[in-house]
Ligand binder design. Structure first.
Ligand code: ZN
Length: 313
């Protein structure tokens, strides 16, 4: 029996391990292994993946092969491929590569934005507008997805005003963004804050407020996931094996692990289209490729519950 089944019971997970996960660890995963990862994730039912980013190779050698990885992912017609881009140049490369969506991060923390990209949030909004123009003049149907990073707090400036997150979300939609996500980049969010902030952003921009992106740095990512579900969010980022960590917090875990979120959702009666057993096999495989890296999460240790919920995924 699945108690929460309704028209609204499907939840989309976007695995971001190939970008958010790999960019924060030392090991450089060879292109063919990334392609194997995509194949296995697809076979497990994953249909949304963030597979890399178009940033200068010298800044992020782990993701220098993103164009090749996108080319491989495109063999699956119904695999929705996202790439992160920091600027217009990256967006042009994403359009050329044929990605389905480009993710432009805009930090709600002025201090984080200055430290990370040496730009103010408003300068990033101007870049967004130039990306929207470039997409139009290229005749591209690529989706522009803005991820509002440090939306729940920042390691440099501490609190981030909720009014600033709402202002950026509105301005981003006005500048051409199709979808907005709220990202807990440093793992500060709590469930009450998640409900409050998503509700405010939904009031401002409606259904364009789509994605929740949680890190499990302080152990609250699953609780935050439930809170976001409660206010109607049905699209979540997660990383296979919870890889990633945070360079500023040694030993801290990274993105919430995809396996754990699938487990949570299936237990609660949501549909994900993802086969948890196959995902766990992939996690094991990836852990053998990244032997010196830290993996996180719970379900891989204990396995799924013996429950009818897991019989016919
Ligand atoms: Zn992240």
């Amino acid at each position: 029996m699945r108690p929460f089944l309704s028209l609204n019971s499907f939840v989309t997970l976007r695995d971001v391990g190939l970008r958010d996960g790999l960019q924060s660890i030392q090991t450089i995963l060879p292109t063919e292994k990334k392609c194997d990862w995509i194949d296995a994730a697809y076979a497990a039912g994953v249909r949304h993946m963030e597979v890399g980013s178009f940033v200068p190779a010298h800044l992020m050698p782990q993701l220098a092969d993103t164009a090749s990885v996108v080319a491989h992912a495109k063999r699956y017609a119904d695999l929705h491929i996202t790439v992160l881009v920091p600027n217009l140049k990256g967006a042009e490369r994403a359009i050329e590569a044929g990605a389905d969506a480009l993710l432009l991060p805009i930090s709600a923390s002025a201090a984080h934005s200055a430290a990370n990209v040496k730009k103010t949030p408003d300068q990033m909004l101007e870049i967004l507008a130039t990306i929207d123009s470039a997409r139009k003049s290229a005749g591209s149907s690529i989706t522009i997805d803005v991820g509002i990073s440090t939306a729940f707090g920042c390691t440099i400036q501490g609190d981030v005003p909720e009014s600033e997150v709402v202002r950026i979300a509105k301005a981003a939609v006005d500048a051409g963004a199709d979808e907005i996500g709220l990202a807990d980049t440093v793992g500060y969010a709590d469930p009450a804050q998640v409900k409050r902030l998503f509700t405010k952003v939904q009031a401002a921009i409606g259904a364009r407020c789509r994605t929740a992106h949680f890190h499990d740095t302080r152990g609250l990512a699953l609780a935050n996931t439930v809170a976001a579900l409660d206010v109607g969010i049905r699209y979540f980022d997660a990383s296979l094996g919870g890889i990633g960590g945070c360079p500023h917090a040694p030993g801290a875990s990274g993105n919430v692990s995809t396996e754990d979120v699938v487990y949570l959702l299936v237990r609660m009666g949501f549909e994900t289209g993802i086969d948890l057993d196959r995902l766990l096999v992939l996690r094991k495989q990836v852990s053998q490729w990244l032997v010196n890296e830290q993996f996180n999460g719970y379900i891989w240790r204990a396995g799924a519950a013996k429950s009818s919920a897991f019989l016919h995924q």
